[in-house]
Design a protein around this ligand. Structure first.
Ligand code: TMP
Length: 215
């Protein structure tokens, strides 16, 4: 069976971390070798770039700088983790990938889709996720969850943004999902975590069974 590339997306506070552990468990139960990783990050160099991206600083970060750093991190992550894993037949599950760039830098920051697409082709060539799980919840529900989770913790540069920014992130993600319905599964993440996990469980179990049939 060839490796599959699965990405998990959603705004702040949609419960990605909890659901990633469910995904890992379902794939292990299906007998699939799976590499769990994240963006920005996933390699030592990409994690350093993540620090640059997330740490609030006095110096404003121009959107172009933010966009290029996202793709710089992605380039090393792809070459050193994602591609080697897929080439040996492992599955890769990435906590965020390029759909996040379209949602955050594109829809929310206002960078042009055409510019993002140029960088996507440059860095990824033809590589695209096989399956994208979008955890979707109304912004006020998600931000309240994120606020409770983050109590007493440092706020990162993105978490400092206002609700309008996250509304644009959400609509950016939903627009991408509507454009590529065969790749995306949109999961209503405003339900209790247990129900979201159940939905993911059955969806992924079906996906693994089909992958085994198709090779
Ligand atoms: P998180 O995934 O741990 O929440 O943090 C990563 C942050 O980086 C999150 O706020 C979304 C943001 N991000 C982008 O803006 N563009 C991207 O391409 C990626 C991968 C993440």
């Amino acid at each position: 069976m060839k490796g599959r590339f699965i990405t998990v997306e959603g705004g702040e506070g949609v419960g990605k971390t909890t659901q990633l552990s469910v995904i890992k468990q379902v794939l292990a139960e299906g007998g699939v070798e799976c590499v769990m990783t994240r963006e920005p990050g996933g390699t030592p160099r990409a994690e350093q770039i993540r620090e640059l991206l997330l740490t609030p600083t006095q110096e404003p970060m121009p959107p172009t700088c933010e966009l290029l750093l996202m793709f710089a991190a992605r380039a090393t992550h792809l070459e050193n983790v994602i591609k080697p894993a897929l080439e040996r037949g492992a599955w890769v599950v990435s906590d965020r990938f390029t759909d996040a760039t379209y949602a955050y830098q594109g829809s929310a920051r206002g960078m042009s889709v055409a510019d993002i697409a140029v960088l996507e082709d440059l860095v990824q060539r033809s590589l695209r996720p096989d399956l994208t799980l979008l955890l979707d919840a109304p912004v006020e529900v998600a931000l309240e969850r994120a606020r409770q989770r983050n109590q007493g913790q440092q706020t990162d540069r993105f978490e400092l943004e206002r609700a309008g920014f996250f509304e644009r992130v959400r609509s950016g993600y939903l627009a991408r999902a509507a454009q590529e319905p065969q790749r995306f599964r949109v999961i209503d993440a405003s339900r209790p975590l247990k129900d979201v996990s159940e939905t993911l469980r059955s969806l992924l179990a079906t996906y693994v069974a089909e992958a085994k049939r198709h090779g």
